[in-house]
Ligand binder design. Structure first.
Ligand code: C2E
Ligand code: SIN
Ligand code: SIN
Ligand code: FE
Ligand code: FE
Length: 375
């Protein structure tokens, strides 16, 4: 008998996907030191867009928060057409590249790459990239080993994405079963999740946010008001202002939302889901204010989790510019004016600026996700 330490034991633990991939990368490096980068991009079949997702390139960050249309990425499209991975063993191809992402990969000094398309139940869902600073590293022998790691990584991604889908389905079902309506329509959620993503993207430099974080803020922000299903119609749909008693009941939606999420996580056994705290914080703290006057906890400034500060701005802006049972829709200018007043006092200054400084993006989102008849 002898003791063997499982070289991939990190994969047993509750780590974020990025850490697991970094860990797998370390193991690969023990044998093949020149493999300097593993990167994953995910494909959205609705928009044909490829987005960077996780990247284990350490100090080198050639591509962060990057998106490109698959239709324009000719070399990647060719991989899909053939249905087979691509091996590039010298950098000539990268130098000739016209696409911004190819140029950046070239500039970083990568000399060789191995690109695997990833499939789930026959459907293409993204690419996995291995990059090296040396030429001619991807020999048959190396590729045989990398293929095993590639499929392992691909399964880890599928696993992570399906847990998120189960979570999403559980939350949607919960909403339907309670049979209570929500005056916040689908288009409100479409817009505010995109405002949230826009804000998160503009904070990348300041807070060193990664793609995964931004994606989760985007995915979870539509659930911010899930606690409103516990609020009676007489209050939620009241056409006029709320009195103090009604207001107090209304304000319980933040804590209720957090409790519901905790219940769902327990009942559906979703404990392992990564970044669940982002969801909890969004539901519980999206009405906190910088000066401590918000609810439910009266947290101030940096005590308020970043994701809650982001969603607060996206939510208030969309609430202002939408019609509600209790108010008419405001113009963008009117809403911007109020946001500016609230910035620093109640709302995060950088988050407010992220919206105000990106007016054309906002108008595009409003154009794409117009109000339906329910306002
Ligand atoms: P909501 O309609 O999604 O509004 C979200 C947040 O946007 C509000 O959080 C508030 O910060 C901001 N907001 C929306 N409309 C206005 C406005 O006309 N003026 C200003 N200054 N801010 C606005 P808040 O106040 O914590 O409210 C949370 C939720 O309570 C609202 O979500 C809505 O469902 C309900 N609510 C708030 N005020 C009233 C009201 O007068 N009547 C009724 N029926 N419901 C209300
Ligand atoms: C990447 O490595 O992230 C994309 C570059 C390529 O087209 O191979
Ligand atoms: C907030 O929702 O966090 C503060 C904005 C407000 O109270 O109007
Ligand atoms: Fe709310
Ligand atoms: Fe809302």
């Amino acid at each position: 008998m002898f003791d063997h330490r499982d070289t991939l034991e990190d994969l047993n633990s509750h780590l974020p996907l990025k850490d697991k991939i970094i860990s797998a990368h370390q193991v690969i490096k023990q044998n093949y030191d020149s493999i300097a980068r593993i990167a994953v991009t995910l494909y959205d079949p609705q928009t044909h867009v490829l987005k960077t997702y996780v990247d284990s390139s350490g100090e080198d960050k050639p591509l962060q928060n990057y998106q490109a249309s698959l239709d324009k990425a000719h070399s990647l499209k060719a991989i899909l057409k053939k249905g087979r991975p691509r091996v590039v063993n010298n950098m000539v191809t990268f130098e000739k590249g016209e696409q911004e992402h190819t140029k950046r990969i070239g500039r970083q000094g990568y000399a060789a790459s191995y690109t695997m398309p990833m499939f789930h139940r026959g459907e293409f869902f993204g690419f996995l990239f291995f990059n090296s600073y040396e030429t001619d590293v991807f020999t048959e022998k190396v590729l045989k080993e990398l293929d095993v790691f590639g499929h392992l990584i691909s399964l880890m991604i599928i696993n992570e994405l399906s847990t998120v889908k189960v979570m999403d389905a559980a939350l949607k079902t919960t909403r339907k079963i309670t049979h209570l309506r929500d005056p916040e329509t689908g288009s409100h959620l479409d817009r505010m999740s995109r405002y949230s993503r826009l804000i998160a993207q503009s904070l990348v430099g300041k807070y060193q946010l990664n793609d995964e974080y931004i994606e989760y803020v985007f995915m979870f922000s539509p659930l911010h008001d899930i606690g409103k299903i516990a609020i009676p119609d007489s209050i939620l749909l009241k056409p006029g202002p709320l009195d103090d008693t009604e207001r107090n009941i209304m304000n319980t939606h933040a804590r209720k939302g957090r409790e519901m999420i905790d219940d769902i996580v327990t009942n559906f056994n979703l404990d392992g889901i990564p970044h669940l705290d982002i969801l909890r914080n969004i539901a519980e703290y999206h009405h906190e204010a910088l000066n401590g006057s918000g609810y439910p906890a009266g947290k101030s400034k940096s005590e308020i989790p970043l994701e809650a500060r982001i969603v607060a701005v996206a939510d208030v802006f969309d609430a202002l510019t939408s019609r509600r049972p209790y108010k008419e829709a405001w113009s963008n200018d009117e809403a911007f004016d109020l946001l500016k007043q609230l910035a620093g006092e109640k709302l995060d200054v950088d988050c407010v600026h992220a919206l105000i400084d990106n007016r054309s993006d906002i108008e595009q989102i409003q154009q794409q996700f117009k109000e339906d008849i329910y306002g």
